[in-house]
Design a protein around this ligand. Structure first.
Ligand SMILES: Cc1ncc(C[n+]2csc(CCOP(=O)(O)OP(=O)(O)O)c2C)c(N)n1
Ligand SMILES: [Mg+2]
Length: 337
């Protein structure tokens, strides 16, 4: 039986934190980190093809945000989405098999790293065209309102999507039509090698929410509890009165843009990267949880060991899974509704 991550199910009470929630948040962040470290190794060995964009350093955003959601809420993301998908509850073995391009992958090995999709946990992808999924999220939110349910959708995107038209069109319509969507910009300060300052006339991204008349704020994206608080408020508004929100989570990717830019060393200084690594969200939360007594050293070690075992199992599962047969080439291309 696949072990599902559990912070999501622990959602609901943003104010209180107990040992169970701390364990779930820590577990999910460590799972994402370890999953990607192993994926990077597999990529270097030629076992994963195509592109691979690592979320390492940004785990607190996806985990903090997902911890406020119900399982029937939706999440959608760009191509740096392994973390969002795992946090939403996808089976790490099937996610790893997808990276390996194998038939037991979440998309039968036909999507790969940038196109994870898992209907069973309402994770709607995995989109490689910068900005293109913001209108999709807006449309899903419209669908929720149209059907009259109280679900919400959380939409993650990078700072690189902000200068795109889709960002502005989406925020405008979501505000005008009052749609239950939470836009979370993961501002890691670079879009490939282009720094924020070279791409945006307004670098305080949260302020764009003011222009579209919706609640908006910035949050420290390296602090999982701060993210959880801000997103919980936004999800509450979206659920109760369909108010959309724009959140700017300030974060940093510790690796390069993709495996083809392993360190991101051309456009950022070593000092900058080393300084940011001191704010590793996993280390910060571990320390805080130990000091607060939410976790013991033994609890933390046990989580780390269990996660390592689970990810090893995921890699073995992916390796053992066959490649999709040629007969799969023309399936899943178009589905009549
Ligand atoms: C419309 C479009 N233009 C250009 C690209 C090439 N491209 C891929 S990733 C990327 C940078 C996006 O950066 P950001 O949104 O900040 O996300 P991050 O990689 O930092 O998570 C670009 C320009 C693309 N995929 N789609
Ligand atoms: Mg970026």
């Amino acid at each position: 039986m696949a072990q599902k991550t559990s912070a999501q199910q622990k959602g609901a009470a943003p104010a209180g934190i107990d040992a169970g929630l701390a364990r779930a948040l820590y577990n999910d962040m460590v799972l994402i980190r370890r999953f990607e470290e192993k994926a990077a190794e597999a990529y270097a060995l030629g076992k994963i093809g195509g592109f691979l964009h690592l979320y390492i350093g940004e785990e607190a955003v996806g985990v903090g945000a997902t911890s406020t959601l119900r399982p029937d809420d939706y999440a959608i993301s760009a191509y740096r989405e392994h973390g969002h998908c795992l946090a939403k509850g996808s089976d790490p073995r099937r996610a790893m098999a997808e990276l390996f391009g194998r038939i037991d992958g979440l998309c039968k090995g036909k999507g790969g790293s940038m196109h994870l999709f898992d209907k069973s946990v309402n994770f709607l992808g995995g989109h490689a065209i910068v900005g293109a999924h913001l209108p999709l999220a807006t449309g899903v939110a419209f669908g929720i309102k149209y059907r009259g349910t109280d679900q919400v959708i959380v939409c993650y995107f990078g700072d690189g999507a902000v200068p795109e038209g889709e960002f502005h069109e989406s925020l405008n319509l979501a505000s005008l039509w009052k749609l239950p969507v939470v836009y979370i910009c993961e501002n890691n300060r670079y879009a490939m090698g282009t720094s924020l300052e070279r791409a945006l006339a307004q670098t305080e991204i949260w302020k764009f929410g003011q222009a579209y008349n919706m609640p908006c704020e910035a949050v420290d994206g390296m602090d999982v509890l701060a993210v959880r608080d801000v997103v919980a408020r936004a999800v509450g508004r979206a659920r109760t009165d369909k108010t959309p929100t724009l959140i700017e989570a300030r974060t940093y990717r510790f690796r390069g843009h993709s495996m083809r830019d392993p360190a991101g060393a051309v456009y950022r200084t070593k000092d900058e990267v080393e300084r940011e690594k001191l704010r590793d969200p996993i280390v910060l939360f571990r320390d805080r949880a130990l000091k607060a007594g939410w976790l013991t050293e033994e609890d933390a070690r046990k989580i780390e060991k269990d996660v390592h075992d689970l990810v090893d199992e995921a890699v073995a599962f992916a390796e053992a899974s066959p490649e999709p047969p040629a007969s799969e080439l023309l399936t899943d291309i178009f589905k009549e509704s």
